[in-house]
Design a protein. Structure first.
Length: 256
């Protein structure tokens, strides 16, 4: 009976194990018929299956990185904050290493805030280069949100070191970009490319953090929860209190 090991000891062995050690542990204890051990083994079988499924999903998201692997520095770029009524638009630009894989990268909107924060730290630790750029609400009002988004993307790319050889863009071709940098627009790119997904996560986390800071300055608008987007409560606050200093006035026509 598993050499007389207590169920608590077996549980501790699994909990201390790295994912690569699950399979030999499962093999070692799979013939133990004690209900508690069967439950532990089945739990870690499911974890291992989920891990392999995630590896396959992540590999499938490298299709564009593999397609353009002849380029040394492949940069994913994405924006966050085109739609809000308040705050800046933010672009993220990320060059991931070719020799390692970061699991769980995905469109930032499909991830929990906790998971985004975890991945943000991993991306900053492992990426070849990471940059973000913010374009303020004043400039958005002056040149419009599309042009402001392009400017944020150009600025983020220009700040990168090393300079990317190719950009994998979420849906757009960025005008006035360095003509020596190849651009590949990918529809729904943040769900199809690990590089764009990483850029999406970095931009989302940094913009969300900024909106939480603004919430402390303008608490009546609920920026910590709505991040500047037009929630019912946010719109009601605008109608009650008027615009605050970070609102995009060009977005508030009909509201004030």
């Amino acid at each position: 009976m598993s050499e007389g090991k207590k169920i608590s000891e077996i549980k501790a062995m699994f909990e201390a194990a790295a994912i690569e050690e699950y399979l030999p542990l499962i093999a070692e204890f799979s013939k133990d018929e004690r209900t508690g051990v069967v439950g532990i083994v089945n739990k870690y079988k499911k974890k291992l299956e989920a891990y392999h499924a995630e590896v396959q999903r992540t590999e499938a998201m490298k299709v564009y990185e593999n397609k353009y692997s002849q380029y040394q520095y492949i940069c994913g770029i994405d924006e966050v904050g085109r739609g809000p009524l308040a705050g800046p638009v933010c672009a993220g630009a990320v060059i991931l290493p070719k020799d390692e894989t970061i699991l769980y990268l995905n469109d930032s909107k499909k991830l929990t805030a906790k998971k985004r924060e975890e991945l943000y730290d991993i991306i900053l630790e492992r990426a070849v280069a990471v940059q973000t750029a913010f374009i303020s609400h004043e400039i958005i009002d002056k040149i419009n949100i599309l042009q402001a988004t392009y400017e944020a993307m150009r600025t983020a790319v220009k700040k990168l070191s090393p300079t990317p050889d190719i950009l994998l863009n979420d849906a757009v071709t960025i005008p006035e970009m360095d003509c020596n940098i190849v651009q590949v627009p990918i529809i729904h790119g943040d769900a199809k490319s690990v590089s764009i997904a990483a850029a999406s996560i970095v931009a989302k986390v940094e913009r969300d953090r900024l909106m939480q800071e603004y919430d402390a300055l303008y608490p009546e608008y609920g920026f910590a929860s709505n991040k500047g987007y037009g929630s019912k409560e946010h719109i009601e606050a605008i109608k009650k209190h008027g615009a605050c200093p970070i609102h995009r006035l060009s977005f508030l026509k009909g509201l004030i």
